[in-house]
Write a protein of this length. Structure first.
Length: 243
């Protein structure tokens, strides 16, 4: 598991605009568990995710990865193109996702047919013909198509911990559930830990195992599917009750 013990984070410390983003956060996350972090604006959701990703350092407290390492993390940013290299092709973006030992694969790795076929097979699943456009630069794809390339990168990776910040926010109602279900199947099959921030409570009903609610940098609710009826209505009611 990943453990956070007494995590605190303050921005603009000792200034007039000081913000206590996280206040004494103590929590543990488990493999194969899909956890949603919800809360109002400024509640500390993204800050918590960035601390787990080691993008931010807490002012106080401990972050324990136990058997995990930084290399086991896969972070998906809310801004789609931050997860891709816009000037590179679909194939280049995905072949790099398969290579965990360095940023650039060697020529032998890059040209192996088995890896190209793996990429083609995953893209075929989305039924958009992207497997026939492997040489196209991702900057010329639509926003939804770019998100699908990011999803394919996740599916091709060997990550053990998946962190997502509003990953499906730019997807329509057709693609968001489809992609999330594919990721969920991958999570179960490979014992992956997922921690994701969302404002879309409808996702939680079909995919979530656990919901952590933040307010003013503190955890105010921590509920699991086996103890709480995860419906869009029940999550909304809980959210408004606590705000």
């Amino acid at each position: 598991m990943i453990e956070l013990k007494n995590i605190n984070k303050t921005f603009n410390k000792n200034a007039e605009n000081e913000v206590k983003a996280l206040n004494e956060i103590t929590i543990a996350f488990n493999p194969k568990e899909w956890t949603y972090i919800i809360g109002g604006n400024g509640s500390g959701k993204s800050t918590l995710l960035k601390i787990i990703n080691q993008e931010l350092t807490p002012d106080k407290g401990e972050l324990l990865f136990n058997e995990y390492t930084k290399n086991d993390l896969f972070f998906v940013d809310q801004t789609t193109l931050k997860n891709l290299v816009p000037a590179m092709s679909i194939y280049e973006n995905l072949i790099f996702g398969l290579r965990n030992e360095g940023i650039f694969p060697n020529l032998n790795f890059y040209t192996q047919k088995k890896y190209k076929q793996k990429i083609i097979d995953i893209l075929k699943d989305f039924n958009l013909g992207l497997e026939n456009r492997l040489d196209e630069q991702v900057r010329f794809l639509s926003g939804g198509e770019q998100q699908i390339i990011v999803a394919a990168r996740i599916l091709l990776s060997k990550t053990k911990i998946l962190l997502m910040d509003e990953f499906t926010s730019s997807l329509d109602q057709k693609w968001a559930p489809f992609i999330l279900q594919k990721l969920k199947n991958n999570v179960i099959a490979n014992n992956i830990m997922v921690i994701t921030v969302t404002h879309d409570f409808s996702q939680i009903e079909s995919i979530g195992d656990r919901v952590i609610m933040l307010k003013n940098g503190r955890i105010i609710e921590d509920v699991k599917q086996n103890t709480f009826n995860f419906t869009t209505k029940s999550i909304l009611n809980l959210f408004y009750e606590k705000q």
